[in-house]
Design a protein around this ligand. Structure first.
Ligand SMILES: N[C@@H](CCC(=O)N[C@@H](CS)C(=O)NCC(=O)O)C(=O)O
Length: 250
């Protein structure tokens, strides 16, 4: 029976799992759980993940949720996944766990809070919360600084000095990619100072192409839609700033 991946491509951890499967040639069926329609709260989906969150997988009779646990399972259960994604070496593996655990209470908390409270909340029927956005930005910016000064230190282009990406690179870069939907001022202020992070995003995109952009296409489209809805002044600022940062794949 084919692996089933329950996901919404608007979700950062869902994108990481989908890209991982595609890149590693893991055959799977993608089942959309539409977060905007609150399908994650349906009784049917709660049979798969009682926590009501995506992503989740079903492999035969085995069910699993939490993206990091899923990525680890896929890397171990499916033949042909290259060692660099989740190395057999125990100390390298433990270091990857260290990054993954750090990610949830730092980068993910900051990025998700900021993007939700500056852009996405209305689409989910929630109010924007400027105080939560400010707290999110503080944590997001300090996390990006930490990534540059600590996790990306070393000879390689990837986390922990790696020469090829691991599941931690994929998870964290997919998290940062949600910043694409911010208005250009916020985007430049937050990501602009972190050139090393920008290069790492490009390196991860290049290492997983063409799947990276195909799976992120939903974000690129939303970015265009939101930009058109913003006032004209913001749009002309956007044009001049866009070229300075990551090349857009729209
Ligand atoms: N720690 C979880 C986070 C899962 C998560 O927060 N998913 C969000 C989308 S990015 C979700 O399903 N939210 C729906 C909700 O909270 O109702 C993981 O890495 O899988």
């Amino acid at each position: 029976m084919k692996l089933k991946v329950y996901a919404d491509r608007m979700s950062q951890p869902s994108r990481a799992v989908i890209i991982f499967c595609k890149f590693n040639g893991i055959e799977f069926e993608e089942i959309k759980v539409d977060l905007a329609k609150r399908q994650q709260l349906s009784a049917e989906f709660k049979e798969i993940n009682p926590m009501g969150k995506v992503p989740a997988i079903v492999d035969g009779r085995f069910k699993l949720f939490e993206s990091h646990a899923i990525l680890i399972y896929l890397a171990c259960a499916f033949p042909g996944v290259a060692d660099h994604w989740y190395p057999a070496d125990l100390s390298r593996r433990a270091k990857i766990h260290s990054v993954l655990d750090w990610h949830h209470s730092n980068l993910r908390s900051g990025a998700a809070a900021f993007v939700l409270n500056t852009v996405l909340a209305p689409a989910l029927g929630l109010p924007l919360n400027p105080k939560a956005a400010a707290q999110g930005e503080k944590l997001l910016s300090s996390s990006l600084s930490r990534i540059e000064s600590f996790w990306l230190k070393g000879n390689g282009r990837f986390l922990l000095g790696g020469f090829q990406p691991s599941i931690a690179d994929l998870s964290m870069v997919c998290e940062i990619m949600q910043l694409e939907v911010l208005d250009e001022k916020d985007y430049s202020r937050i990501l602009g100072p972190h050139k090393r992070v920008q290069q790492w995003i490009e390196d991860t995109r290049n290492a997983t192409r063409p799947h990276f952009d195909e799976v992120h296409n939903i974000l690129y489209k939303l970015k265009t839609k939101l930009a058109l809805q913003r006032p004209v002044q913001a749009n002309s600022e956007m044009e001049s700033n866009t070229k300075k940062l990551l090349p857009s794949k729209m």
